[in-house]
Design a protein around this ligand. Sequence first.
Ligand code: AMP
Length: 505
Amino acid sequence: MDGSLFGLIRSRIEDPAADFLVEPDGARLSYGGLLERSGRLANLFVRLGVRPGDRIAIQAEKSVDALLVYLATLRAGAVHLPLNPAYTLAEVRYFLADAEPALFIRRPGQEAEMRALAAELGVPRIETLGADGGSLAAAAHEQPAEFDDVPRGAGDLAAILYTSGTTGRSKGAMLTHGNLASNAETLREAWRFTAADRLLHALPIFHTHGLFVATNTILLAGGSMLFLPGLDLDAILRLLPRATAMMGVPTYYTRLLARPDFTRALAAHMRLFVSGSAPLSVETHREFEARTGHRILERYGMTETNMICSNPYDGPRVPGSVGPALPGVAVRIAEPATGATLPRGEVGIVEVKGPNVFKGYWRMPGKTAEEFRPDGYFITGDMGVMDEAGYVRIVGRAKDLIISGGLNVYPAEVEAAIEELPGVAECAVIGVPHPDFGEGVVAVVTPRPGEPAPDEASIRAALRDTLAAFKQPKRVFLADALPRNTMGKVQKKVLRDRYAGTFVR
Ligand code: AMP
């Protein structure tokens, strides 16, 4: 029995003339066009020597062609390996050496260096893909459109996504056809996607959010996407009237709210706004509702596990919570040392089990074994708490947990308290070395534009009534912006380095 993701996608195509992608300039790609163009690419991959199970690495700017490379890779039975276009040559070297792809599709430029790298690492084939198509598109054009999809089992690899790896070596998360198909099906149902949906897609496609959560869900619904090359607020505001749903990281929503022309009328027809990949602040959730009448649906997941929790489509969407476990996904809050399930209301490590959970880290069996419990639960590394109704709140990464004077301080709690204060736009709380307490709590705050800027003394004074003394920041610094990566995650390591000398010299 074919368990391939593309087999499932194909089974959902009812009308080949229906739109799959619409670009900002009005260019359209129908489902028939998807089959044709991905068929040509899949034929090319086979001709270039790619065999089932081989990796096809791609580092290219977001484009329709780049998305079709993903689908063609699935059809050829190969393994999709997308790389962030921001990665440097040195970083690309690591990924190519580790993954040993049969084909590397790269953006134009750095010709000599790239060729030398491929030769040195023994990557047999290299093609370019740029705004004008590049060598890949030209070669694909010569190929037939018909392609017999390579059958795959649910346990076969569909993709390897390297985790951002803020500490140590970046790890390749191996995702199977079954992982991706089951999660996309679950999300389609949970968020009620149908062929009538048109999703505004401004996310990158090298990451689980834009590639799997957005694209696979739409494909299984037979819906379409307004496909933007990146986060362009003017384009989003212009295209929003033609969309039914939008997915974004929290930064997208804070940036939309900063635009006075993002109005209630503009969003009135929308069916759904989804947020994930980083915590959506209670403030933003409330402000968005006040402005548009929509309650953003916040969900939680990670590269290794696909989506884990989601606020409900019908039923209460609780600000500050990521909702209960998705159907078919088991979540527990566990004691970090033992994996024993903790009572509701207690903070512990979030652990997850289900068909959504990846197969392991590429060529790292030891690392993989460390992150699974003997009973099969994956240890996410996030700290969280579950209430009586099963709703989960994420309180931060375990490695961001602050231990001050022997007491645990969960950054999310302090951040939420500070973000409630007047004049505060955003806040990040970190622990830095402290001679007495081991770690001292430090808050970094960005002021809200157009309002009187808060100062350290007023913030610290305001927290005296809301937070226990050991949780109160010992220093508060103002900054113009918080350092964030492309997925909107605050880079706490950058902040820890920046403020490392606050209490010790
Ligand atoms: P990535 O593998 O890049 O998708 O990153 C996954 C991590 O992002 C998770 O382990 C969480 O730490 C964080 N994350 C994702 N969604 C949320 C959310 N809704 N709230 C808080 N953290 C989130």
